[in-house]
Design a protein around this ligand. Structure first.
Ligand code: NDP
Ligand SMILES: O=C1O[C@H](COP(=O)(O)O)[C@@H](O)[C@H](O)[C@H]1O
Length: 499
């Protein structure tokens, strides 16, 4: 893999007038430009159906950057690299014009035929675009060709396979970059470092010392404008199949023999292969679902899911999932990995809590003060950092214990750091580093795990709504842990100390 700090490339962005491009991709490209990680030798062709000109497109790009960063410098220079070509991806003829413009810009910016095709549009078009890129000669250059694909990658294993087979006709696996933006988050990338760079943790990272691991990714937002998509997806497909299972894989994988893309991926794949299959009658034992009803967020009344625009009044779509995953291998036998994710919850928070087993004997039990279990908390967002919860002696004469915390707070520039995640991933793609993108094997295994749960849920409606907006989900999610003798560590009480 060639690594240069400022690789040159043409970006061809499909869906350039859309929401993702505006909110995430243009600000990310700008940040790379501002930091000198994108050389002057780059150009972007934006395409979509509406009949914009280069000028309209450049103004749109500038607005997008300025709404993320009011004081953006060199914005005119940045925007001058952007070109617009009206194009309907279903119209075979218009790929010819796209190719002409691409070849022209290739010469003008001396891009050496390097091309990144970014598909930021509805997934039903992914296969068609990929076919045309090859058949109409857009991939026919001497430089690198990379295809960046947004989520969702299929709706289930069968559709994901069909899509994969179709794009593989035009791109090899090593040229395909499937985005999972959680893999671009700083603290998700930090999981490996915390585990494999600390003598303190690695020896304890197994079923002898860890009692359970909890991963929460809660949102306060509802479905916003995405109900059409979400109605066909639900939280299981939208969040668990990708982001949640990727975090589980990073937490549970064996140390790779080196930090190469292939070694890391193959360890993650082994975790997904070891996931206990949950199917049929076992599903309710391991997984619970919820849908929000009306409630309050930040003191303001919000409607229930079924009252949202483009949602069926009797929708059976889950907006919340909690589950218990078991990894049936030597390291993790007997250790539950609990996951929960949902919309319209009490907090916007993504956290991992690693709960260590109690020590064999509590010498301090006579003091009526229970020892708190040791916890390692990885704060992914909005705050970024690590907290280690320990017990120490309370100041004073008596031998009493008190919980104390060792905290490290990463300063997060963006608060909720999705734009930064995209920035990292786009830069990785430019460098040809696919480590933080999902390999087909991971996608296939994740779908095969999730499909068995959704098959059961699709055939059996339950009484929805079952949690109030602004709460931490349905009661059944608490019961899932209570029956194992655990409880969800409240994310609100685990804030990282900013000291
Ligand atoms: N928005 C987000 O926060 C996230 C989005 N994603 C994924 O990113 C992708 C894009 O999402 P998003 O930006 O929200 O979608 P939008 O609906 O906002 O944008 C869709 C884009 O596709 C263009 N388009 C639609 N049909 C055609 C066509 N036939 N030919 C050419 N262009 C067409 C539209 O422009 P026009 O109407 O001018 O043709 C528009 O630019 C999806 O796969 C989504 O799942 C993933 C994570 C988060
Ligand atoms: O992929 C998705 O993620 C977002 C949550 O991302 P975050 O970075 O804000 O945690 C979620 O809202 C969306 O439904 C889903 O498609």
């Amino acid at each position: 893999m060639q690594r240069t700090e400022t690789p040159k490339s043409l970006f061809m962005l499909f869906g350039a007038t859309g929401d993702l491009a505006k909110r995430k991709l243009f600000p990310s490209l700008y940040n790379l430009y501002r930091k000198g990680k994108l050389s002057e030798r780059f150009a972007v062709i934006g395409t979509a159906r509406r009949g914009w000109t280069d000028e309209v497109f450049r103004n749109h790009v500038k607005d997008s950057v300025l709404s993320a960063n009011k004081h953006a410098e060199r914005i005119e220079e940045f925007a001058s690299h952007f070109y617009y070509q009206p194009h309907d991806v279903t119209d075979s003829d218009s790929y010819i014009q796209l190719k002409q413009l691409a070849d022209e810009l290739d010469g003008k910016y001396q891009l050496e035929g390097n091309r990144i095709f970014y598909l930021a549009m509805a997934p039903e078009y992914f296969g068609t675009i990929s076919d045309h890129l090859k058949s109409d000669g857009l991939t026919d250059t001497k430089g690198f060709k990379r295809l960046v694909i947004e989520k969702p990658f299929g709706h289930n294993l069968e559709t994901a396979k069909a899509l994969n087979n179709q794009i593989r006709k035009s791109f090899s696996e090593s040229q395909i970059y499937r985005i999972d933006h959680y893999l671009g988050k700083a603290m998700v990338q930090n999981i490996e470092v915390i585990r494999f760079a600390n003598a303190l943790f690695e020896p304890l990272w197994n079923n002898r010392y860890i009692s359970n691991i909890q991963i929460t990714s809660s949102e306060m937002l509802g479905v916003e404008e995405r109900a059409r998509y979400y109605e066909t997806s639900g939280a299981l497909r939208d969040m668990v199949q990708n982001h949640m299972l990727q975090m589980v894989a990073l937490l549970a994988m064996e140390p790779p023999i080196s930090l190469t893309t292939n070694e890391i991926r193959s360890e993650k794949v082994r975790v997904l292969r070891a996931l206990r299959t949950i199917e049929g009658e076992d599903v309710p034992e391991y997984f619970v679902r919820g849908q929000y009803g009306p409630g309050k967020i930040n003191g303001k009344k919000v409607p229930g899911y079924r009252e949202e625009l483009n949602v069926a009044p009797d929708s059976n779509t889950e907006t919340y999932v909690a589950g218990k995953l078991m990894i049936d291998n030597f390291r993790w036998a007997g250790v539950p990995f609990y996951i929960r994710t949902g919309k319209r919850m009490a907090a916007k928070s993504t956290k991992i809590v690693v709960q260590f087993k109690d020590i064999p004997m509590n010498l301090y039990y006579n003091t009526n003060h229970d020892l708190h279990p040791n916890l390692l908390v990885i704060h992914i967002q909005p705050e970024e950092g690590i907290t280690l919860h320990l017990n120490a002696k309370k100041p004073g004469q008596h031998m009493e214990t008190t919980p104390v915390q060792l905290s490290f707070a990463n300063s997060s520039k963006n608060g909720i750091n999705t734009p930064e995640a995209y920035e990292k991933l786009i830069h990785d793609c430019l460098l040809g580093d696919a480590t933080n993108f999902t390999h087909w094997d991971e996608v296939a295994l994740s779908w095969s795990f999730v499909d068995k749960i959704s098959q059961v849920w699709e055939n059996k409606a339950i009484s929805f709504p079952n949690y109030e907006a602004g709460t931490m989900g349905p009661k059944s999610a608490d019961e899932l842990l209570e029956k194992d003798g655990f409880f969800w560590w409240p994310v609100e009480d685990l804030e990282v100390c900013n000291c």
